[in-house]
Design a protein around this ligand. Structure first.
Ligand code: SAH
Length: 350
């Protein structure tokens, strides 16, 4: 029988086990610091625990880790990691350096179930959810790479890698708790952005739980018929439903949603498309990030002309919404938005 990972225990469960072993309550704090803050993977190294307890814990539990199986560097400095999980599955996480920030883009699921037509990850079936420690370990790895290769601290985290964070809700919240907690990395939640395809019910849950992170929504069209043709999730979560959920989010958090938006030729480059986005931005306190399209080898999708992008920006500017164009990073190594598909590692998928 495989041993349970000690980091998968809830604090109350660990507390019960420790008291059954006759240990004082401060041990829980010591153990949490070892396994989270210090990312210790060997009970024998936990030098402030009695030797007998270390042996007992090692008999009862394992501590899984992730292994960077492949690391690629882009000419723009971006680093893409293929990260192998304890069961051999592989996900990707990306370090994105800019002048002011070092951002970790991390995965929340192996593959994805959503089938957005323009996204390479959609071609991998969703194989499983990541657990909180697997998400957390991706952040630790990128934090170490930021220090090692850039001599700078990790400043931001975006849940924009593989998978849909809100379909792995509890584990994503668990990872945020450790990234921000004292026994983990102690980062400020406002440095974290959770990005969703738009699942109204879960946006409301996130608003209720309010982990104080930012929220981004991958919109790409504010017209149901257009959005549905490229993002099937729109059938069950139409724009009106998302609009109400985002207003609920704002009422609970006072934090504006960021719309992520790619503009494609012949798909969402008409005046009606611009008008629909302007209307939605008037209804929901929001910001807009226009993302460059990263080709994934599908001729249906081509980035719109510069004039169209300008027309979007001008129309949004008129209602006081700044829409910045986010330049693609790491596209030469398939590390940019929508390109994560374990391309070099297809043989490692088990
Ligand atoms: N499932 C979540 C997290 C993934 S984030 C979500 O949908 O938000 C990845 C972001 O990249 C999303 O905004 C997605 O819509 C966008 N994206 C997907 N494919 C892309 C592509 N080929 N070019 C540019 N952006 C893309």
């Amino acid at each position: 029988m495989t041993k349970k990972d000690i980091r998968s225990l809830k604090p109350a469960e660990l507390q019960t086990i420790l008291s059954d072993l006759g240990q004082p309550s401060f041990r829980i704090r010591q153990i949490e610091e070892w396994v989270w803050k210090r990312s210790c993977k060997d009970f024998n190294e936990m030098s402030n625990l009695p030797a007998a307890l270390r042996t007992q814990l090692a008999e009862m539990f394992s501590i899984h880790g992730i292994v960077v199986d492949d690391m690629q560097r882009s000419i723009d400095g971006t680093i893409k990691n293929a990260v192998k999980l304890h069961d051999g599955r592989v996900v990707e996480s990306v370090l994105i350096p800019t002048d002011k920030r070092i951002t970790a883009c991390i995965s929340s699921q192996v593959g994805c179930s959503l089938d957005c037509h323009f996204c390479a990850t959609a071609r991998l079936k969703r194989m499983r959810n990541l657990n909180a420690e697997e998400i957390y370990d991706q952040v630790v790895n990128i934090k170490n790479q930021a220090e090692q290769y850039f001599n700078r601290p990790l400043t931001n985290i975006v849940y924009m890698g593989m998978g849909e964070p809100l379909l792995n809700y509890q584990n994503v919240l668990g990872s945020i708790d450790k990234i921000c907690g004292d026994s983990g990395l102690g980062m400020a939640p406002r440095r974290i952005t959770v990005s969703t395809v738009g699942i109204a019910k879960m946006i409301r849950s996130l608003a209720d739980d309010n982990p104080r992170t930012n929220l981004a929504l991958s919109l790409h069209s504010a017209r149901n018929e257009v959005r549905e043709s490229i993002m099937p999730i729109t059938k069950t979560n139409p724009i009106e439903m998302l609009r109400d959920a985002m207003n609920y989010w704002y009422s609970k958090t006072s934090s504006k949603v960021t719309f992520e938006y790619v503009i494609w030729k012949g798909i969402n480059d008409q005046i009606e498309d611009i008008k629909a986005l302007v209307k939605l931005c008037k209804q929901v306190p929001s910001k807009v990030n226009i993302i460059e399209y990263n080709p994934i080898g599908d001729d249906r999708f081509r980035m719109a002309e510069a004039e169209v992008i300008k027309a979007y920006q001008d129309a949004l500017g008129e209602i006081g919404v700044v829409a910045k164009v986010r330049q693609s990073r790491g596209s030469d190594i398939d590390a940019a938005c929508g390109q994560l598909a374990n391309k070099n590692l297809a043989n490692l998928q088990v």
